[in-house]
Design a protein around this ligand. Structure first.
Ligand code: SF4
Length: 254
């Protein structure tokens, strides 16, 4: 999923080719501007055996299956991927992000790599019918009830207009370790919140979790964001050696 977002600076590893069944309107992978990507991620889903041979190193942050939704593939494939990461490269951190969180609850925590962050995308709490995935509010509710030892994150990207009170409450109930917020980068004419409302959301979220702002949010909230020069140290797995090269921007309000 993150290849939709060029400002993402973590590493991505894709074990699946073929089309993502969610078919989100704003999907970067489907863009005519990237024909090779579009070809690779169209048609029937298949395991890409070459990905299993890739050296993933140590102390890296990997976003797994960024061009698809790992929770939509054959569950045997998903467990194989997770076990491969767990057994062959246990010293990395893996972000496993989905728009179909019920799948997380049928895979035991022991199948995942030790440093896993489980994530969902919830662009809003409203139903804009831009995707075949479960509606964002349903994703948030399912994620709330997920019983797991792993930290949870929520990606609000691409952010769309929301009901402030409802959206904040749905997110609060998940108890996320952090929330990242990004904007539509490709002019899909999404219904976006205005700057004041977006800043209000950020303030409300900051009251109970960490909020990471992606650079493209500058378009929505202007000069309120400044670049962080430091590399981000993941608080989910807060070990000195685990400095993760995943750069976000800080938000400041004048
Ligand atoms: S879930 Fe991500 S990869 Fe799948 S269609 Fe939506 S944006 Fe594209």
């Amino acid at each position: 999923m993150s290849n939709m977002y060029p400002e993402y600076e973590g590493k991505t590893i894709n074990f699946i080719t073929g089309g993502c069944p969610h078919g989100c309107l704003y999907c970067y992978v489907k863009s005519f501007r990237f024909p090779l990507l579009k070809k690779r991620y169209s048609g029937k889903q298949k395991l890409d055996e070459a990905a299993f041979k890739k050296n993933l190193g140590k102390n890296n942050l990997w976003f797994v299956c960024s061009c698809n939704d790992i929770n939509t593939i054959d569950i045997k494939w998903e467990v194989r991927i997770l076990n491969h990461l767990r057994d062959s490269y246990p010293d990395n951190t893996y972000l496993i992000q989905s728009k179909y969180p019920p799948r997380f609850s049928v895979i035991d925590d022991s199948e995942f790599p030790p440093n896993t962050i489980l994530g969902i995308t919830a662009e809003t709490d409203k139903d804009y019918d831009l995707s075949k995935a479960p509606q964002p509010a349903d994703r948030l509710i399912d994620f709330t009830y997920l019983d797991t030892k792993f930290p949870k994150m929520i990606s609000i990207e691409p952010i769309m207009d929301f009901d402030l009170v409802r959206f904040v409450e749905l997110i609060r109930r998940v108890h996320p370790s952090y929330v990242s917020i990004g904007a539509d980068s490709k002019s899909h004419n999404l219904t976006e919140p205005d700057a004041d409302k977006t800043k209000e959301l950020i303030s409300e979220l900051k009251a109970f979790t960490e909020v990471r702002i992606k650079p493209n949010m500058k378009r929505l909230i202007g000069d309120n964001i400044i670049e962080r020069n430091d590399e981000y140290t993941c608080t989910c797995y807060d070990k000195p050696r685990r400095v993760l090269k995943w750069k976000f921007w800080e938000v400041t309000f004048q």
